[in-house]
Write a protein that binds this ligand. Structure first.
Ligand SMILES: [Mg+2]
Length: 237
């Protein structure tokens, strides 16, 4: 488990010094084949989702405000439904193969999600891959009274999970990332090697950040297998 910013300062380095780079992986729409967070809020709070999601995607509303609003509007009774929904979501092909390759390189595989931690845990455990993940940084929600309580140790900037702050916990370069949508923009900007699919490609086209298109984790593994990865100095923080 990733420590929180409050108690992690310099104490226990998350990875060993010989580690060569870090693989940061989004969850919803990246590990899961479909955009699971969107699918979940559309089912649980459909009216609010219809109102808020277009503003989130158009970046008129911050993730920090919008995602929190959506999660806090969910009835507490829906919590098990959320986990059941997550449990039905297939993962994108090649995840286990990529994780094995990343592990063989001595790189930690870190899941960085702007979505719900319990959903991430549920899917990874079902696939038998939870142990392969070095850390999960995501939003914690728990039933409290009639609604959900949102606890987000990584809240910062414009994000409910400030992905760049999570990355900064891992000084080893290169930073390799895979993502698909609006919650991955800041992570992609910071990363040295970016694998982008779906909406994320359009956002990165707008700002001129180079990326490698991908659809399955086999694509990523095969690309990385063919490209030598060397330690990189920390130059562009
Ligand atoms: Mg995503």
């Amino acid at each position: 488990m990733l420590s929180t910013p409050a108690n992690s300062a310099g104490s226990s380095a998350p990875t060993s010094p010989k580690t060569l780079g870090v693989f940061f992986c989004d969850f919803d729409g990246t590990i899961t084949a479909e955009e699971t967070f969107v699918g979940m809020v559309e089912r649980v709070v459909p009216d609010l989702a219809a109102q808020i999601l277009p503003d989130l995607f158009a970046r008129r509303l911050s993730l920090r405000q919008g995602v929190r609003q959506l999660l806090e509007a969910m009835p507490a009774a829906a919590f098990t439904r959320i986990l059941d929904y997550a449990d039905q979501q297939p993962v994108r092909p090649g995840l286990a193969a990529l994780m094995a390759w990343v592990e063989a390189q001595g790189m930690p595989f870190v899941v960085v999600s702007g979505g719900v931690q319990a959903m991430v845990e549920q899917v990874l455990a079902r696939e038998g891959l939870r142990q392969r993940v070095a850390a999960i940084a995501a939003v914690q929600v728990q039933p409290k009274g009639d609604f959900m309580e949102v606890i987000s140790p990584w809240e910062g900037g414009t994000e409910l999970v400030e992905k760049a702050a999570v990355m900064a916990q891992y000084p080893q370069r290169p930073w390799i990332m895979a993502g698909d949508s609006v919650t991955d923009i800041n992570m992609a900007i910071q990363a040295d090697v970016v694998f982008a699919r779906d909406r994320l490609q359009g956002y990165l086209d707008q700002i001129g950040k180079p990326y490698i298109p991908w659809e399955t984790f086999f694509d990523i593994r095969d690309y990385l297998r063919q490209s030598p990865i060397r330690p990189m100095s920390h130059t562009n923080g």
